[in-house]
Design a protein around this ligand. Structure first.
Ligand SMILES: Nc1nc2c(c(=O)[nH]1)N=C([C@H](O)[C@H](O)COP(=O)(O)OP(=O)(O)OP(=O)(O)O)CN2
Length: 159
């Protein structure tokens, strides 16, 4: 059986590797739809609230009104320097690769299964017209070859 749960958060990001509008610092209302595989053992499977109790605080603490940022983006060091200089603290969600919606899906999928839930797939909405479906097979493939996240060739095939 599949239970579908929907969440949202607001966050800033940019894609520093692109040369179009996406390079600009901008924000999104990200949507997340989780499709959980659950077992029926009685009248109920997993309580809806059991998902919310873990996922909502996680999104609030690490993502909401924060900034998704690639630690290799030069802007990251600039903002860290601002923090050091002023004592101000920003909510950064740090990535080891560009903050594309594909990489966000990998990160969210990893974090949610780490909580102990079984996911068949998730859908991540970045804009009104753009949503990706990210499956367990995608997650297995991304884990097998992490160079897919950064777009680097794996070391075995690098010239
Ligand atoms: N495969 C991907 N393509 C794009 C990504 C991405 O993460 N993966 N990201 C972007 C940009 O971040 C951008 O903010 C979204 O772009 P786009 O859908 O083109 O934005 P619109 O303003 O045109 O959205 P509408 O809802 O259609 O107005 C780009 N591509």
């Amino acid at each position: 059986m599949i239970i579908q749960k929907q969440y949202k958060f607001y966050a800033a990001h940019r894609n520093e590797e692109l040369t179009d509008k996406c390079r600009n610092l901008h924000g999104h209302r990200y949507g997340l739809i989780c499709h959980f595989e659950v077992e029926r053992t009685g009248a109920l499977t997993t309580l809806f609230g059991d998902f919310d109790a873990q996922i909502e605080p996680h999104l609030k603490e690490h993502y909401d009104h924060g900034m998704l940022i690639n630690k290799s983006d030069p802007l990251y060091e600039t903002l860290k320097e601002h923090e050091r200089r002023t004592g101000e603290r920003f909510r950064f969600k740090e990535f080891d690769a560009p903050t594309t919606v594909e990489n966000l899906a990998f990160t969210l999928f990893s974090e949610i299964i780490e909580m102990g839930f079984r996911l068949s797939h998730i859908e991540v909405r970045e804009t009104d017209s753009s949503v990706i479906t990210y499956t367990r097979e995608d997650w297995i493939a991304d884990n097998r070859d992490r160079s897919r996240l950064s777009g680097e060739k794996p070391s075995a095939v690098r010239e």
